[in-house]
Write a protein that binds this ligand. Structure first.
Ligand SMILES: Cc1ncc(COP(=O)(O)O)c(C=O)c1O
Length: 394
């Protein structure tokens, strides 16, 4: 069966997806076909406030004119270019990343997704230390390639694909003593999200992050910060900068290119020097189109004050949700525009009710829903969200 494109018929779109895709995702019953700023539109023309930005990707919102213009310009010049040649868009992306990278993370490896950024980090940590033991957190999420999956905690994702090559110890998140005890002279790296996302939005405590950093330094292990979800939305380029911890490796993806697929692994000079030439690479990595997307995105974050906006709007969101005083809400937590709302019941009915009221949000565990909206939200979107939530919880 062939579908006319673009098609506006939900039934036809849904039928083809159901018949042709591996049934790996539970589907929500709308087809999203267009976006504009903070809003998405379905095939019937209904408008939705986007409180998820595809799991934290579309940080500038949808169809941003400046971003789109930059990509169109790049499409007309060069989209693919092997890394054995120099390239202007790649150099511009490296320079832009250099402006925001934590101190000492001078070297960049580009790939095509978050999991690939983690995969590179695992390989680099192995080759730098000559060790194969990793310490990660329970309920941590790092991706679905086999290496990234080995350090991901949830048995739902791991179980069907075990055993893994790497040896991993999972400790409770925010348990400083446990992480100190787990890191030994066998450990290649400790890998942590500065705020756990998938687990239910749990900010990492300073003492925990610092204990992990200190133990890693003591035993010659590396500290890897997984900023794939936290990056750019907590009031600063990277969430780890709220602590006094400096990682040896930092992984980014999602928002850094506003929807163009990319993975970024930042490392110190020492790690870079330990990775022998030719031992890692990818055909699509560092392609000019992805690099131009990074430049346009980082430029917009800075020029439009979107770090400060994330803090201001995030604070307003948390306060407004708390002010609802709903007996169904157990806790509201997060930083900037990465917010978790824990309910005293399962979140699926609330997410459905919000969708019916024109708002799209995400689960982050069975009882937590998550807000990862575009960073361009203003007061109007906060009011719209809170009104929909109030109705959904009623
Ligand atoms: C913290 C974290 N790490 C890694 C990943 C994997 O990224 P990707 O889905 O692009 O492979 C994700 C994706 O949700 C994530 O949130």
């Amino acid at each position: 069966m062939t579908a006319p494109f673009p098609t506006l018929q939900l039934d036809l779109i849904a039928e083809i997806e159901r018949d042709r895709q591996l049934p790996l995702y539970a589907k929500r019953d709308i087809a999203l076909v267009r976006g504009e700023g903070a809003y998405l539109f379905d095939s019937a023309g209904n408008r939705y406030l986007d409180a998820m930005s595809n799991y934290g990707v579309a940080a500038l919102g949808h169809a941003d004119p400046e971003y789109t213009g930059a990509l169109l310009d790049q499409l007309q010049h060069l989209t693919t270019c092997h890394q054995s040649f120099y390239n202007d868009a790649r150099a511009a992306a490296l320079a832009a990343i250099g402006q925001i990278a934590p101190a000492g993370l001078n070297r960049t490896f580009f790939s095509n997704s978050g999991a690939e950024a983690i995969e590179a980090a695992i390989k680099f940590a192995r080759v730098t230390t000559g060790r194969n033991h990793f310490v990660a957190a329970r309920r941590g999420y790092h991706g679905r390639t086999l290496g990234a999956l080995a350090i991901t905690a949830d048995p739902k994702y791991r179980g069907p694909f075990e055993p893994f090559g790497a040896e991993v110890t999972h400790v409770p998140y925010n348990d400083a003593e446990a992480i100190e005890a787990a890191i030994t002279e066998q450990t290649a790296a400790v890998i942590l999200e500065p705020i756990q996302g998938e687990a239910g939005v749990y900010p990492g405590e300073e003492a925990f992050l610092r204990a992990a950093r200190t133990a890693a330094t003591t035993y010659g292990a590396l500290f890897i910060a997984d900023e794939i979800q936290t990056g750019f939305r907590t009031g600063a380029p990277f969430a780890i900068s709220a602590s006094d911890v400096t990682p040896d490796i930092l992984c980014s993806a999602k928002a850094i290119a506003n929807g163009f697929p990319i993975g970024v692994t930042l490392v110190t000079d020492a790690v870079s020097e330990a990775v022998p030439a030719g031992t890692h690479g990818t055909t699509f990595g560092a392609n000019p189109l992805a690099c131009r997307a990074v430049v346009a995105t980082l430029d917009a974050f800075e020029k439009r004050n979107l770090y400060a906006n994330s803090t201001a709007i995030g604070t307003k969101l948390i306060e407004s949700i708390e002010a609802l005083g709903s007996p169904k809400i157990r806790a509201v937590r997060g930083r900037g525009l990465m917010i978790g709302v824990e309910l005293k019941e399962r979140v699926t009915p609330t997410l459905k009710a919000m969708q019916e009221r024109g708002v799209l949000a995400l689960p982050a565990s069975p009882v937590v829903f998550r807000l990862l909206p575009p960073l361009i939200w203003g007061d109007e979107q906060v009011d719209e969200f809170v009104t929909a939530l109030e109705g959904a919880l009623a």
